[in-house]
Design a protein around this ligand. Structure first.
Ligand code: NDP
Ligand code: OXD
Length: 311
């Protein structure tokens, strides 16, 4: 079995070593562009994150691309042969991190730590009357592997929690909304909007003025999915006009976020550097190695991407 590793911004050696241990006898190497005139060494499967088109064009015998992340938007921008399967990570240690991040951000707003941080800087002892939890409903866009876990974690803190997805969900204590027809009712019921949608042609720019304006007054946005879900200027306008009270942003149209971007200095915005749920190497290797073994055993594997649907 031959596996090629091509992951931008990732040190290859510990991954290669991990796969050699998990799949004894495997021939695995890090991809380097083949010099003109030479024949590339061809693999059966690839482990990838944001590979260049040249990689796909050279690796003509691949059966599966195993993505070391949940989002496959970068892969679907490439020109891929129709026979090539894409397999995303299913959780692999990300849902607990995502739950921590989102619960922290929601609780920070609910308990008004954002104000106490400012009071601390200004040496002000200023008690704030607690708000009502029943009026602090959280809406999670996307109720897949990560969104459903995040919704359940929030529900443990007894916030009213709603989710929006394409198909209906049954999550204890969580109300499910589906499809474009139910989006307005979902937004109207939301004080804190959490975005965990995949980036697809249907979801790009979904966090625009028309949709964000339908949130409850004083709404907050927590975007942990992709920067291209947000129309940046619409968010800035709604924050400046006071309809929205704050945003916690982990992902951006351009990453790293350019130094001159207006988000950096905005008093109502908190920025983190695409870190809400990091890929965990050991969990990911174990999951991908397990899926490769299942492929050879002719078994079903979770996480096969529907290239038409885009996730
Ligand atoms: P899943 O594919 O498991 O879930 C996607 C969810 O979105 C599903 O519930 C799906 O509905 C819903 N959805 C998709 N398209 C639409 C649509 N047009 N209308 C309504 N609902 C829709 O993905 P994950 O939960 O694993 O990950 C979500 C995203 O989180 C990733 O794509 C990635 O972009 C981002 N991410 C960010 C990270 C970070 O560090 N910032 C880390 C990991 C992921 P249905 O269930 O009905 O199919
Ligand atoms: C992912 C990510 O999609 O880290 O997994 O953004």
């Amino acid at each position: 079995m031959k596996i090629v590793f091509c992951c931008t911004n990732t040190k290859a050696d510990p991954w290669l070593e991990g796969f050699r241990q998990a799949l004894p006898g495997v021939d695995i190497w890090e991809w380097q562009a083949t010099p003109a005139g030479q024949a590339p060494k061809l693999a059966d499967h690839a482990v990838v994150w944001s590979p260049p088109q040249q990689f796909i064009d050279e690796q003509t015998q691949l059966q599966n691309l195993f993505n070391i992340g949940a989002g496959v938007d970068a892969l679907l921008k490439l020109n891929l042969p129709s026979s090539l399967n894409i397999v995303r990570l299913n959780d692999a240690g990300m849902s607990v991190q995502m739950s921590e991040y989102v619960c922290h951000a929601v609780i920070r707003y609910f308990r008004e730590f954002n104000h106490y941080e400012k009071d601390t800087q200004e040496k002000r002892w200023s008690y704030r009357k607690p708000g009502l939890r029943s009026e602090f409903s959280v809406g999670v866009l996307g109720a897949g592997v990560l969104g459903s876990k995040v919704a359940q974690a929030l529900q443990q803190f007894e916030f009213p929690v709603n989710v929006w997805s394409r198909s209906p969900k049954q999550l204890a204590g969580v109300k499910s909304f589906t499809g474009p027809d139910q989006l307005p009712a979902f937004l109207k019921a939301t004080r804190v909007l959490v975005n965990l949608l995949p980036l697809t042609p249907d979801t790009e720019n979904v966090l625009n003025r028309a949709n964000l304006s339908q949130l409850q007054a004083g709404a907050f946005l927590i975007n942990v999915a992709r920067g291209k879900h947000v129309v940046d200027q619409d968010l800035l306008d709604l924050l400046d006009q006071g309809h929205m009270a704050g945003a916690t942003l982990d992902v951006f149209r351009v990453e790293p976020l350019p130094q001159d971007h207006a988000f950096w200095n905005h008093p109502k915005i908190v920025i983190t550097p695409h870190t809400s749920a990091r890929t965990m190497r050991e969990e990911s290797i174990a999951q991908i190695a397990g899926k490769i073994k299942a492929v050879y055993a002719g078994q079903f594997i979770e996480g096969r991407v529907d290239k038409i649907r885009g996730y």
